[in-house]
Design a protein around this ligand. Sequence first.
Ligand SMILES: NC(=O)c1ccc[n+]([C@@H]2O[C@H](COP(=O)([O-])OP(=O)(O)OC[C@H]3O[C@@H](n4cnc5c(N)ncnc54)[C@H](O)[C@@H]3O)[C@@H](O)[C@H]2O)c1
Length: 244
Amino acid sequence: MEGVKGKVVIVTGAASGIGREDALKLASEGARVVLTDLNEDHGPAVAREIGKDALFVRHDISSEDDWKRAIATTQDRFGRIDGLVNNAGILLMGSVEDTTLEQWRKVLRVNADGYFLGCKYGVAAMKANGGSIVNMSSVAADGLPFAAAYSASKGAVAALTHSVAVHCRSCGYRIRCNSIHPDGVITPMTLPLMGNPDPATINYAADPTSRFCDPGDVANLVLFLISDESRFINGAQMRISNAY
Ligand SMILES: NC(=O)c1ccc[n+]([C@@H]2O[C@H](COP(=O)([O-])OP(=O)(O)OC[C@H]3O[C@@H](n4cnc5c(N)ncnc54)[C@H](O)[C@@H]3O)[C@@H](O)[C@H]2O)c1
């Protein structure tokens, strides 16, 4: 695949799970990657694993100042931005009855405000030369009864994605924006829900009824959506699920 060679891509939440795999996959295909995260222990280690074509930036996605700094640091280091993977997120379990207003706001601040800011500053940075934005939504965007705030935040991401895609197209920006909606992915976010099994012992790949996939399965789609091979895919909601 020629599509991401030399591209400069920001991946948020790249210290762990899906974001880590996205960064490694993009770099392995020739992209230069800016890994951002709150986690200053694991994030820099992933950037070091990639080497000179990677940079770690400490970044809280819910902070507007942090977004300005992350974009400016990327432009200073690599001179351009071609792609943005809005991936960082938090999960909070709880039905509408169990969730407090404080918890609701905490989840929406990261998972919705953070993606809004990413799209806002990502579009500003890429509108002159074009690019691709990938937003990590979830099947929870349909509304899971046991995760009210998380579901609402992922629904917001899906609607925001379509709004950004149509806006950019109508402005002639050549920026595509698509959302990915995984079902279950085995990461540090979901392992506690499964009783913290050793991931090496999970035989999910051999079980056709399993709802859980590997972070690499998501990273393959991220790679495609950032690449020029997906140049005619815009405003799409792409599920990663074998359930339906
Ligand atoms: N794992 C799943 O089953 C699953 C399913 C659907 C969607 N998703 C989504 O995929 C994305 C990645 O999830 P994951 O499973 O890899 O989780 P993860 O917990 O392994 O990784 C999330 C990363 O985001 C970072 N982060 C959290 N809040 C942040 C903030 N305010 N600013 C910057 N970084 C922050 C964390 O430090 C962590 O490194 C999330 O948006 C999640 O909602 C996950």
